[in-house]
Design a protein. Structure first.
Lengths: 469, 248
């Protein structure tokens, strides 16, 4: 019996397929000023953006690789292709205008179906470029802008982009933010005007197809006063034997009394270095909600950050990380309470299995201006065997006397008694384990959009298959 | 009649320490047996061993169910064969609703795929019998349930799965009067089927009042030290276990 092999075939069929990148435009491997200028030229950047790229490149060379997290010495920048454009002209709002292999990729990932069923708008990125963007007429009629960032740079929102792009995440933030500033391509721009509620979610899907490539998409969302939006981000890639790199950047501006929910399900292939930066700033009375499931990649550094900059601003973070064999996933979140009566609620879970390493790293900061702030954090880790690892590294930096701060952490294993209990009702051992693990993840999957919750349960099931000796 | 469960000369260890010694029992279909004994006598262990808890190892003897050798069967296979254990301390399993758990368990033990709505309707009568509100179905399995609610949920599972043999491990202990009543009612309903067989583990006897008991076994320090008919229950109630403790 060779169930493992059989299952590997099933499990990969959903994501692990690829099409040849014939006739694609790509830059040379590695990173230097010529390559950055070539990307800038190809993309028709305004001058300020070209200069910003060059400035970022200088920062990239100046900054050093982080020495406090998982090992990324297997990532060789000189081997990475930073820009690869599918060989067709530009972006379309019609799936059937896409070249066959790209259209088929997104069909297999279920994106057009999801758009028909439950989304207000969809953006789809293939390698370095957004190839599809569409938003429902009634949403557009409310004045909601949802487009690729490149178009926005040349349209009526050009000034808005200029005054927000990499202001929240400056290119000096860390080495991979600098890299992003130099070679970014693709991603989405969303603007929701004052008082407008977008009732059904917008979604961007990022697919990295080419081996040895990097994806550096930039997502910029501005939810204006009193407006609300749910934005979903999904990502996947087929598996290669060479390292791929994802260093995207997400900047979220939540204005006064606005509400933004940002959901992610990340299932990069297990040769991916996922060095992504996400940051939100929330003004007075605003609410930022993060829901995040991280399953893929070889190494992840991912800490969505929220700056609660206005009085009574709030943040909730609900996240789960699943680290299997060969994965070292360093995830968590940061929050800065820099205004009075701000609140944050953190609910983080991790599962590690087959030697996987899962680290929860968080920082809660209350500045002297953050009087009356509240923060509660609850972290739970589940280790499925003795080879796996789970660590919790919380940092609290509190500079007011009246802050209410709570942090709870628990690390556990599946109890044999619980397995016995479920099996005594007729469930197989594998089924019992899978049910317990999905049950553990349930409070997070409830926070995800339905299709993604189902997806997450399927991913857990696939990860749990064949986990019984 | 050929026995439903037949345990012969069973020796059991946990962590290489002997814990049950030369246990023999025979339950015919339709019978109610009671296993009495002081705390720590090994009563729950025997229930767990019949169910197949891998924490215990059977070092000698045999166990037959409907003439089939139980020892090589895994816990879920025993459940599918028709054995049920009501746990003394039912485990809390977050993220699995009682309903979806019952549904999976029912489908797996009955080799079927019951429709959700039909199944839910089936359950509502049983819930009423146990004085349980239907909202329990949507709560996470045993999470935040009181002691009595957990035991009622066990009996709900028993009545739903409809096993040939049910082992009730201290199902009546620590319950208030109403909960004992509901649980006893459920157990009595289970025994309405002439083929249904019970092994009741208890150190009190309240749950037995509404049942016709066929045989009583007294377990002390891992040995069956005495057996008799239902009159033994009254005797234990009056005199306690004292006189059996040195008989092994």
């Amino acid at each position: 019996m060779n169930e493992k092999t059989y299952l590997d075939e099933i499990s990969h069929s959903r994501y692990d397929f690829r099409y040849a990148e014939d006739n694609y435009f790509k830059v040379d491997q590695g990173l230097n000023e010529d390559i950055v200028l070539e990307i800038s030229r190809e993309k028709g950047d305004p001058d300020w953006m070209r200069d910003f790229r060059i400035h970022s490149l200088k920062q990239y060379h100046r900054l050093s690789v982080p020495d406090w997290g998982p090992d990324i010495s297997g990532l060789h920048m000189e081997d990475i292709i930073t820009y690869i454009r599918p060989g067709h002209a530009g972006m379309t709002p019609k799936w059937n205008e896409l070249p066959g292999e790209i259209r088929e990729t997104f069909e297999r990932l279920g994106i057009p179906q999801a758009e028909r069923d439950s989304l207000a708008g969809v953006g789809a990125q293939y390698d370095s470029e957004i190839v599809y963007h569409n938003v429902r007429e009634e949403v557009a009629a409310q004045g909601v802008v949802y487009t690729d960032l490149e178009s926005a740079l040349h349209g009526p929102y050009a000034d808005m982009i200029r005054s927000h792009f990499m202001h929240l995440v400056p290119c000096t933030d860390h080495k991979f933010a600098a890299l992003h500033g130099a070679v970014w391509s693709g991603g989405s721009f969303v603007y929701v005007p004052k008082g407008v509620s977008v009732d059904i979610p917008l979604q961007s899907y990022f697919r990295l197809n080419a081996p040895g490539a990097g994806q550096f998409e930039h997502t910029l969302i501005i939810v204006d006063e009193g407006a609300s939006l749910h934005f979903i981000e999904g990502c996947s890639a087929p598996k290669y034997n060479v390292a791929n790199l994802h260093a995207g950047c997400v900047e979220l501006y939540v204005e006064k009394n606005a509400h933004l929910r940002y959901s992610t399900i990340e299932n990069w292939s297990k040769n991916m270095y996922n060095l992504n930066t996400k940051r939100a700033v929330v003004k007075e009375g605003g609410l930022m909600e993060w829901a995040s499931g991280s399953f893929g990649s070889h190494v992840s550094y991912l800490y969505p950050t929220t700056i609660l900059a206005g009085a009574k601003a709030k943040m909730t973070y609900t996240g789960i990380t699943f680290a299997g064999a060969g994965q070292n996933l360093d995830t968590g979140m940061k929050v800065v309470h820099s205004a009075p009566d701000t609140a944050s609620v953190i609910h983080a879970k991790s599962i590690s299995k087959s030697g996987g390493i899962s680290t929860y790293r968080s920082a809660v900061t209350v500045t002297p201006a953050g009087t009356g702030s509240k923060s509660t954090a609850n972290c739970e880790s589940l280790m499925l065997d003795d080879q796996s690892r789970s660590d919790t590294i919380p940092v609290l930096n509190i500079n007011t006397a009246d802050a209410e701060i709570g942090h709870e952490a628990r690390i556990g294993q599946i109890s044999n008694e619980a397995i016995f209990y479920l099996m005594s009702r007729g469930l197989s051992e594998e089924e019992a384990r899978a049910r317990i693990v999905s049950g553990f993840a349930d409070s997070v999957s409830k926070e995800l959009p339905l299709e993604y919750a189902v997806e997450m349960n399927n991913l857990i099931r696939l990860e749990m298959k064949g986990s019984i000796g | 009649m050929s026995p439903l469960l037949s345990v012969r000369n069973l020796n059991v260890q946990i962590n290489e320490q002997p814990i049950l010694h030369r246990i023999s029992l025979e339950l015919a279909p339709g019978e109610v047996h009671v296993l009495l004994g002081p705390n720590g006598a090994g009563k729950s262990t025997l229930g767990n061993v019949i169910m197949g808890n891998p924490a215990y190892s059977v070092t000698d003897g045999e166990m037959l169910f409907n003439g089939m050798d139980l020892l090589p069967l895994s816990v879920d296979q025993r459940a599918q064969a028709g054995i049920f254990l009501s746990f003394q301390n039912p485990l809390e399993v977050p993220g699995i609703s009682l309903f979806s758990f019952l549904k999976s368990a029912y489908d797996l033990t009955h080799n079927t795929h019951e429709r959700l709505w039909t199944f839910r309707k089936q359950l509502s009568g049983t819930l009423q019998d146990l004085a349980m509100d239907e909202s329990y179905l949507d709560r996470d399995l045993n999470v935040g349930f009181s002691g009595g609610e957990k035991k009622k949920a066990e009996i709900l599972q028993m009545l739903t799965l409809n096993p040939k043999l049910a082992i009730l491990d201290e199902t009546d202990s620590g319950l208030d009067v109403d909960a004992v009543k509901a649980v006893s009612h459920g157990v009595a309903r289970y025994m309405e089927d002439a083929e249904h067989t019970l092994l009741i583990i208890t150190h009190s006897t309240r749950i037995l009042e509404s049942l016709h008991v066929d045989r009583v076994h007294i377990l002390a320090e891992g040995h069956i030290v005495h057996e008799g008919d239902a009159s033994l229950i009254d005797e234990i109630n009056t005199h306690g276990f004292e006189r059996y403790l040195s008989l092994q």
